[in-house]
Write a protein that binds this ligand. Structure first.
Ligand code: C5P
Length: 232
């Protein structure tokens, strides 16, 4: 898989999601399904979107004991999604178990990427609540390295971290980056943002874009603009 734009389908219902995707006519954007939609609609919505021909990043961020994550990943793999994720904080044994669970009898599997530290966690929370004394950047890079050593395919990270992750983990290690905004667009609640063109320049492999597309007056035009800027 090469560079692509993934639309974050943060809608509360399957009906709204399918109505949104109907606008794209012949085009089949890569979509991200998160907890809200998955918990509302269950695996059926994944199957429906897959049947329509979209690739799917199922963003459920698993984090549990290795055996539980392995079994859950086997279920997600059967849904034929393209990318799954977990928290690197679950540690190496959990990440290796996840890979085992994801691998189908024919040896194929969805890509597996790790969340390092949530962008909602700041240095203060890291130190005072999680009791991690290192600098955030060091923690992110070190968790990315752990994910790589465990055999994962990449990480979700801020576009601002993508370059460092690639330099530490190699160009092949995927960086999937949210926090993307058009130069002339609303930032909303995202604080550290990049344009699609900047994300391309710093080497993001996939950008995850929600509201700049989903809340645009013309979502298809916004998606196409995003692809033109990011993929070229
Ligand atoms: O609407 P917006 O473009 O901000 O959506 C970004 C998507 O990426 C949302 O689904 C959000 O939950 C997700 N995300 C994020 N920052 C992270 C991880 C995920 O914005 N660090």
């Amino acid at each position: 898989m090469g560079k692509d734009v993934i639309i974050a389908c943060d809608f509360p219902s399957g009906a709204q999601t399918l109505e949104f995707l109907d606008r794209f006519q012949g085009r089949k954007p890569f979509v991200k399904i998160g907890m809200e939609l998955f918990y509302a609609e269950g695996p059926a919505i994944v199957r429906q979107i897959k049947e329509r021909g979209h690739r799917i990043f199922l963003d459920l961020k698993l984090h549990d004991i290795p055996n539980t994550v392995k079994k859950a990943m086997a279920v997600l793999s059967n849904l034929d999604v393209d990318i799954c994720n977990l928290h690197a904080a679950g540690a190496a044994e959990m990440m290796r178990a996840a890979l085992e669970g994801l691998t189908r009898p024919d040896g194929t599997r969805p890509l597996l990427i790790a969340v390092t530290q949530l962008t909602s966690t700041n240095q203060e929370t890291l130190e005072n609540e999680l009791l991690i004394r290192e600098q955030m950047e060091q923690v992110v890079l070190s968790y990315a390295e752990n994910a790589k050593k465990a055999g994962l395919d990449g990480v979700v990270c801020s576009p601002l971290e993508a370059e460092r992750v690639h330099s530490v983990c190699g160009a092949e290690f995927l960086t999937v980056t949210p926090g993307v905004r058009f130069a002339d667009g609303e930032k909303g609640d995202q604080k550290r943002v990049m344009t699609p063109a900047q994300a391309k320049a710093i080497g993001s492999d996939y950008i995850v874009v929600g509201r700049p597309i989903t809340a645009a007056p013309d979502p298809v035009a916004a998606y196409e603009r995003c692809c033109a800027e990011f993929i070229g």
